[in-house]
Design a protein around this ligand. Sequence first.
Ligand SMILES: [Zn+2]
Length: 236
Amino acid sequence: MKLFKWSFTCLAVLAASLLCVLVSCTVLQPAKHQPGSKEIILTIDDGPVLGVSDRMLEVLERQNVKAVFCYIGENMKKHPEIVTRALDEGHLLVNHSMHHNTKTLSDYEQLKAEVAEVEELIDALPTKASHNLEYFRPPFGFITPAVRKVVEEKGLKYAYVTSYIHEAPYEEKQKEKTLNYYKKELLKKGGGAIVFHEMRFRDGDPAITDKRWLPDAVEEFIIWAKQEGFTFALYK
Ligand SMILES: [Zn+2]
């Protein structure tokens, strides 16, 4: 019995340490948001995807909400018109790398090149809106030594989140699970930064997940948030 208790304590300490390491190495930053502020930073990752991202912009326009888009460079190349529209409509664009590749997390030179490539891509868009990419969200949200070096050198800021559920591969039947998780978290913390994914994207291989349910889910979420007295904000 004693041995069991001791092993359990060891496991608990190990799990807690691992969690600390994971949290400090990711953009999941529980302490970043002022509790009670009743503000939500709505961040949307990995688009643009035709049939999802265009409808997402319509939802945001209808609901008069500004969001943060962490689009992937190679997807932006396919749909520059969606990126231009997002900028023109006052949403905040975050650099999320060119190819969303795990390799860049350990390769400083490649990551630096990909960040610069996205900057060039955005500079070439026909928009008059401000588009200085001062925020960065590393692929998969991991803050590694290579990520830290690029962020420090370029004077970037992390596009953090305060709550996270791995909904990237979720299908429509997991909508309630996703929304309920975020609702509970936001009510508990009094606000925060959350993330939805318009696509599941892994190492240049966009896995097939139908996210066409997402824009309607986000609209349902926004309506709930407004009724609860939350407002929407961008990073500041
Ligand atoms: Zn991503």
